[in-house]
Design a protein around this ligand. Structure first.
Ligand code: PHE
Length: 330
């Protein structure tokens, strides 16, 4: 008995403890065998024998259950040690996605104009000749159509070459005053360092009754917008030509890379061209039956802004889906 109890106390794991338990209480166990003897014992001795046996049984049970609790606690402690998570340990952070630089730039542009009370308008990517050209004062066979190499689907349908047709659609659908921007994709047959066949523009159009808006308003908002986008830059309005605006200007900012001292990116001019704009040509208003109104319009290339803001040297890389580029925008 003592030997068994000391074996119980020395058991160092649950498995060996259970083996000892079987030796004592199992079918062929010690206590089981002792109880079997009861039937051969004389009646007057039976009671004492049984009492002793029960005491032994309790002693074993106690020893076993004490040891069992102890071993279970030890096992739990060990498991907590083994499975502990060190929250201070460095692990690779699961990779998260990021917005595309063109989206980031587009959002920033849109934010500015929403704050200036512009609405956002949309038009179809597949346009007709009337909205993309004709109503913008670009008659058929007019040489100015060459400014934009067009993807034609058939005689009537084409992929819009600029967001300017949304000017026409908005004026057809609403009465003045109008204060809108139209962000979206446009398409041109062009492919080199600074051109991709699909890119994005943001168009702007403001129309008011009588002569309420002028070139001065255009100048003010574009200067304010360009400083919001590029910081403390100089803004220059250069005479240009668009069939749908008169007068027309292209807008430059002082080169943000060389601070106007001349570099490769600004072709050593100190200026970067960023926008087309002008006062809405009266002919355009005729096409949408607007009378006694004044307005200005502008259009910009979102990829060009993204390239300048983020120093992307090749426009095409924006559309190659190369993770090495995209990961820099997390
Ligand atoms: N639609 C012109 C372009 O794509 C930009 C522009 C828009 C110019 C509005 C003047 C006014 O080049």
């Amino acid at each position: 008995m003592d030997e068994l109890i000391s074996r119980i106390n020395k058991a160092d794991n649950l498995e060996s403890l259970d083996k000892i338990r079987v030796e004592i209480f199992g079918k062929k166990g010690l206590i089981t065998a002792e109880f079997a003897k009861l039937k051969d014992i004389a009646n007057e001795e039976k009671k004492e024998f049984a009492n002793n046996l029960n005491k032994k049984k309790d002693a074993f049970n106690n020893a076993i259950s004490l040891k069992k609790t102890e071993l279970e606690n030890l096992e739990l402690l060990q498991r907590m040690k083994d499975e502990a998570i060190d929250v201070t340990m460095f692990d690779e952070i699961p990779s998260v996605g990021a917005l595309h630089p063109v989206t980031i730039t587009m959002d920033r542009i849109i934010d500015y104009f929403i704050a200036q009370n512009f609405s956002i308008e949309n038009g179809p990517l597949i346009e007709d000749d009337f909205h993309n050209f004709e109503a913008l004062n670009l008659p058929k066979y007019h040489p100015a159509r060459d400014m934009q190499d067009t993807f034609y689907m058939n005689d009537k349908r084409l992929l819009r070459t600029h967001t300017s047709p949304v000017q026409i659609r908005t004026m057809q659908n609403f009465k003045p005053p109008i204060r809108m921007i139209a962000p979206g994709a446009v398409f041109r047959r062009d492919f080199d360092l600074t051109h991709t066949p699909m890119f994005h523009q943001v168009e702007g159009l403001v129309v008011e009754e009588e002569d309420k808006v002028s070139f001065a308003n255009l100048k003010y908002i574009l200067e304010d917008f360009l400083r919001y986008m590029f910081g403390d830059v100089k803004v220059r309005f250069r005479p240009s030509f668009f069939p749908f605006t008169e007068p027309s200007t292209e807008v430059d900012i002082s080169c943000i890379f060389c601070k106007s001292s001349g570099c490769r990116i600004c072709s050593h001019t100190g200026w970067l061209e960023v926008l087309g704009s002008g006062v809405v040509d009266p002919n355009v208003f005729k096409f949408v039956n607007y009378k006694n109104v004044s307005g200005y319009a502008f259009g910009l290339g979102v990829e060009r802004f993204a390239m300048l803001l983020h120093g992307v040297p090749d426009l095409r890389s924006l559309f190659e889906g190369d993770l090495r580029l995209l990961e820099q925008f997390k």
